[in-house]
Design a binder for this molecule. Structure first.
Ligand SMILES: *[C@@H]1O[C@H](CO)[C@@H](O)[C@H](O)[C@H]1NC(C)=O
Ligand SMILES: *[C@@H]1O[C@H](CO)[C@@H](O)[C@H](O)[C@H]1NC(C)=O
Ligand SMILES: *[C@@H]1O[C@H](CO)[C@@H](O)[C@H](O)[C@H]1NC(C)=O
Ligand SMILES: [Zn+2]
Length: 502
């Protein structure tokens, strides 16, 4: 009896020791699994200086506060609404204010005419010599020396004259401000959402075809991005024919030359700004002949301004436009003269023409993929993107507004970050949804898409990627990197400083 007791007590001890050993190795394995995943994620292998570690501690303390509050109060998690109401609360967020101050490197996916918000566009309607034709709420705008000769069912009037009568001013300003905004309707399907988006685009264009206004707009847009701590921009732009108020119309190539002139003026006035390059683009709904014409304009401009023209792209809704596959011969012919930066896979569909645009983008040698939202469904293509170092230009807020994803926690970027794929963040058309040049996209990504554990290394790697995967020459990249590192060190110092002086 006695020996049985001793034996069973021993057994219990042995079992307990075994359990403890097993638990010990379990916890170790658990920790190393989590650590291995973080190390494999974007930025996970960056080594931080001791200053950066201090700054990171401050950043993460604030992140955990906001993040954990949302985890416990999911109804307060506001990054998943097409109407952008999170902006009403963003001002109070310490993480957001850190994002604003942070140098973000470059913005590589931005459409040139949609960089400014409706409020700014309204201001442009106060420029001199603007005529309006208002027939039953349908509005046309034209700058001119005198009443335009263009058709108008009612009559052309100077907008400044219309505004002299307070009641008329209110009515016309109401119509105008609606034109520049993308209104919100939760019921709309993706095609209707794109219609509303294009409506805002058309209204904006009415002002931007006038040469003096386009110059002012472009300069102010660069300023907005620069003020958001961006040091270099690649814009996508079609070749619009600009006009003067005396009726002179410039040829298509003029716009690219104007961009270069304004960009170099801006850079000379802002020594801590690297510059601008242009990716010429054409609507994908156009036919092959029209696209070939655009390609030949692009080749001409590339020869004329090799440093200013980065390459070529096709833009517009992929589900409805022509697939890249329609343009393969045309694009193959120019491949050696012109780099491609193709939109591909900005869709929720799988196995459709829009989805398979990613295959053609890769095979055509695209330098980066615009959006690549659908890439997550294609393991072989993801491998190719990694091996060929094709950066994915992710625009999270654009994808929310244009109805690909409601809850940003479900954005495929979460997986791209976890897989450590070559990602850059950009903002697509921030003016249309009144977002910051880039801070909003960084904030929403950091708080809503990336892991709770993602820290300053993720942010720094995203900024570094934007330089690495830019169209800058090697020398240009070194300059940009040097400038970025200076700004980054200052940001880190300021963050630590603001903490100790509080
Ligand atoms: C770290 O990861 C980045 C991509 O996120 C990669 O480009 C770089 O080569 C890696 N560095 C090392 C030392 O592994
Ligand atoms: C989210 O929005 C609600 C109102 O819709 C607001 O009360 C709440 O404070 C917001 N949450 C955060 C974290 O900003
Ligand atoms: C029209 O205006 C532009 C710009 O002010 C000027 O360069 C051009 O000479 C003018 N053309 C005519 C025909 O007056
Ligand atoms: Zn785009």
């Amino acid at each position: 009896m006695y020996t049985v007791l001793v034996l069973s007590a021993l057994c219990v001890l042995v079992v307990q020791a075994q359990l403890e050993g097993a638990l010990d190795s379990y916890y170790k394995e658990r920790e190393s699994m989590i650590e291995d995943e973080l190390a494999a994620s974007l930025g996970g292998n960056l080594t931080l200086s001791s200053r950066e570690i201090s700054a990171n501690r401050i950043l993460m303390r604030e992140k955990y506060k906001e993040f954990d509050f949302a985890f416990q109060n999911p109804s307060h998690f506001n990054f998943s609404r097409l109407d952008m109401t999170y902006r009403n609360h963003i001002g109070k967020s310490p993480v957001y204010s850190i994002m604003k101050r942070m140098p973000k490197g470059a913005a590589l996916h931005v459409h040139s005419s949609l960089m400014m918000d409706a409020e700014y566009m309204m201001q442009l309607t106060y420029e001199d010599d603007l005529y309006v034709c208002n027939s039953y709420g349908k509005m046309k705008l034209q700058f001119a020396d005198g009443p335009p000769a263009l058709p108008c069912p009612t009559s052309w009037r100077l907008l400044s004259e219309v505004r002299k009568e307070p009641a008329d001013k209110e009515r016309i300003d109401n119509i105008l401000s609606k034109e520049f905004k993308m209104d919100y309707n939760a019921e709309d399907d993706i095609n209707k959402v794109w219609d509303r988006f294009q409506k805002a685009f058309r209204a904006t264009k009415m002002l931007l075809l006038y040469r003096p206004v386009r110059e002012k707009f472009f300069y102010d847009a660069l300023k907005k991005f620069y003020d958001d701590n961006i040091l270099y921009i690649e814009i996508r732009s079609g070749l619009d024919e600009l006009y003067e108020k005396n009726g002179t119309v410039h040829d298509k190539l003029y716009l690219a030359r104007m961009y270069q002139k304004v960009a170099s003026k801006f850079a000379s006035e802002h020594p801590d700004f690297i510059g601008v390059k242009t990716i010429l683009s054409v609507a994908r709904k156009y036919n092959i002949k029209q696209v070939r014409d655009s390609l030949s304009d692009a080749v001409k401009l590339k020869e004329e301004m090799p440093d200013f023209i980065a390459g070529f792209d096709l833009v517009g809704q992929e589900d409805l436009g022509r697939p890249l596959a329609d343009f393969i011969p045309a694009l193959m012919e120019v491949k050696d003269k012109l780099d491609l930066y193709l939109h591909a896979g900005e869709t929720n569909w799988f196995g459709t023409s829009s989805d398979e645009n990613i295959v053609d983008a890769i095979l055509l040698g695209t330098k980066r993929i615009g959006h690549g939202y659908a890439l997550i469904k294609h393991p072989i293509l993801m491998d190719a993107v990694r091996k060929r170092e094709i950066a994915i230009e992710v625009n999270v807020i654009s994808n929310v507004v244009l109805n690909l994803v409601e809850d940003v926690r479900n954005h495929p970027l979460a997986s791209y970050l976890a897989l450590g794929l070559p990602v850059v963040l950009s903002s697509d058309d921030p003016g249309v949804w009144s977002a910051d040049a880039l801070s909003d996209d960084f904030y929403v990504t950091f708080m809503g898409v990336a892991s709770r554990r993602a820290d300053i290394r993720t942010l720094k790697q995203l900024a570094l990627n934007s330089i690495r995967y830019s169209a800058l020459s090697d020398a240009g990249k070194s300059d940009a990197l040097r400038l970025f590192n200076e700004k980054w060190d200052k940001f880190v110092d300021d963050l630590i400083e603001s903490e100790t002086t509080q």
